[in-house]
Design a protein around this ligand. Sequence first.
Ligand code: BG6
Length: 466
Amino acid sequence: MNMKKDFLWGGALAANQCEGAYTEDGKGLNIADIMKCSKKGIPRIIDADIQEGEYYPSHEAIDFYHQYKEDIKLFAEMGFKCLRMSISWARIFPNGDDELPNEKGLQFYDNVFDELLKYHIQPVVTLSHFETPLNLVNKYSSWRNPILIDLFMKYAEVVFHRYKNKIKYWITFNEINETMNKEVPWLQAGLKFTENENHNEIKILASHHMFIASAKTVILGHKINPDFKIGCMIQYTPSYTKTCSPQDERARQLYYQQNYYYTDVMVKGKYTTLCQSLLKRLNIDLKISKEDEYLLQNGKVDFIAFSYYFSYVVKAINKYEFSIEKKNEYLKRGQWNRNIDPIGLRIALNELYHHYEIPLFIVENGIPLDDQINEKDEIIDEERIEFFRNHILQIKQSIDEDYIDVMGYTTWGPIDIVSVSTGEMKKRYGFIYVDKDNAGKGTLKRYKKKSFDWYKMVIESNGEKL
Ligand code: BG6
């Protein structure tokens, strides 16, 4: 079995979940900075502003801002070929609509990229990973306002020019399809709703503005450096039907319609019949100008990046509605109510590739475990090793037997970071343990887990040894 020689092995981080230093060197607030840690099963509270004496996990996170050199050294020791990370928009434009960029913010990312390149680790950069500057939400209602397109373009142009000789791989919006999700529109698009509003209409409009921003970014990026590879990024959760009834199968089609809505526009460069059918079902009349049609057609992405964690089970409620659950009697259940489904990753790769036939990049995959450190300072995370072994095996089979073009694989949170959904630290994904708890207490000291050496071996052997 063969992975390509230049297969991009590595890990993935997001600025708001690792950097900390939330107001340092001129950084402005972003939407993650006002989110608290949640209690079990309760969504994170989003404050209107920062409250004195309250704990906000992103403010310090794991202090990557000051400790990036040590952390990158550990990634290099594992043999990373790439590190997926995001630029925090509010470090570059603290209010999002400032006239000039913040030089100190730009310098920070220069330092990080240089450090990575020193070890031949390619940065893979997400422009917007749940990090919209807060001022853009308060002043313009975020992505529901088309002005965000221009402001985003200004930001993209600055970083494209600045880093054009350091970065090749760019990703526009993290998990853009999460905009349609019940809880995530805040993180993804900074969307808040009043009671009487038509939520779907706003989400579709905000998504349209992000599609135009994505297309313009691709066009601009290719002009600035024709070697740039610019991708979209979705959360891809394949789903199985609860029963083999035609109603459930039809429900599954409806579920998929929502995911492909996003990739169709960004990969095929138009609102396809599938997209139109979703709009009809939601009873939304989206007006698309000739200019927008032109932009979408000319700003198609170079690759599809996606996250994969688990699979769903879909069941019909009626002709137009369906329910989704994670419980699947055929699958083992892990912590945080997740099923463990390595074959689901192969299914995801097949479904996406055979729909679009452009390169795929698995930019998030991993298992959250409440890892414990023993008296010898060891963390024996066999379950994580087993999880990755089985998932990587499926990737290899997808490449060898299904002819899928996979560019690379970056595991989520190669070092423990703040969980986006709960704000917890104990929801750990890393090969490197960080001493910090859910209340923000700890030394921030880093420890290698057992999986550290295992992943090193996998990369060294280009996936041969698992
Ligand atoms: C993805 C996000 O949805 O899942 C990441 O892109 C996130 O930002 C990851 O951290 C894992 O989710 P969580 O809630 O366990 O941190």
